[in-house]
Design a protein. Sequence first.
Length: 203
Amino acid sequence: MRQIPRATVARLARYLQGVEELAKRTVSSAEIASAVGVSAAQVRRDLSYLGHQGIRGVGYETEHLLTALRRELGLVENVGVAIVGAGNLGQALAGYGGFEERGFSVTAIYDIDAAKIGTSIHGHPVRHVDSLPADSEAFAIAIIATPAEAAGEVLHRLSACGVRSVLNFAPAVLKGPPNVEVRNVDLSTELQILSFYRSRNGS
């Protein structure tokens, strides 16, 4: 299997969204580039990893390109997602309608709070984290939305029951074993970065 650079993978996801929003029968590399904020040359290099070449003077046939992007991103079938942590953030994520539009479906929410176990949040059942080993085949990706002090243990539980893809929203930088891909999203850090640019711009 060919290796695609991590930076390219991140851009492929942006290309998918950009091409969908353009909603045209054919789309040029320049149009894709403008939609996602990169150069047209970068778009052509990245799409070459898919074995997808545009037609000079015409561009890319949209449906074929979308199919190639979805296939490369593993979105041929609906992807099950579990949320661990039924607090405010977990509840907000469970109610986010954009997941379904992008090929993901929340299958369950997990927590340790006895008051929440057995309830339903946005139509999704809340289960105890102890049921993770039995339930893990129902989803391919897990989202950690717990307090920082619980996140490491949650990641350990997820990796132990075979989950290989984790999106971490807890305010802690997590690193999984070699066979587990962890993406850390720290909202506070992102705000700090924005604050840096705000101060530099004199806003």
